[in-house]
Design a binder for this molecule. Sequence first.
Ligand code: HEM
Length: 141
Amino acid sequence: MTYYWLKAGHIIFMVFWMAGLFMLPRQMLYLHSATPGSPEAAEWDRRMGLLRKMILTPSLIVVWVLGLALAYTIGAFSQGWFHAKLLLVLALTGYHGWMVSQARRMIDGQRPLTERQLRLWGEFPAFILALVVVLVVVKPF
Ligand code: HEM
């Protein structure tokens, strides 16, 4: 039963993490059009702080812990699909960290990314999600 509870928890927190990764670029888009130092910018700073502390960081940690426990349980470390999945999830984790650092620069009043770049980067998690789910459900190699 442990395997099924691990997988259930893994999928639940994966959904929370993905929801957070979909929301962050959109909050950054709203902040982008706010005047630095304005009450509106301060409000988006508060909202992004809540998103990071309540959803993004906790779910990132739980997805990794339960994912590695699952991998240990089913002996996935020697399987090709898992190697490819791990690479994609490392890229997604890197994206998470990079976007949080860009958000911090925006809160300081900088605008390191254009609105167009924010929209394009906002699609990255969905692209990775599709690849990861195919890898872990179909296990093509
Ligand atoms: C963060 C590091 C992650 C690790 C180490 C990991 C590892 C695993 C492992 C070993 C399984 C069990 C596969 C099986 O039962 O056959 C699994 C299941 C799953 N993982 Fe992850 N995973 C991670 C992140 C993610 C992410 C980010 C997503 C989606 C974006 C994801 C989606 C899934 C899904 C949908 C399943 C269930 C597949 C099924 O029912 O057959 N995982 N994961």
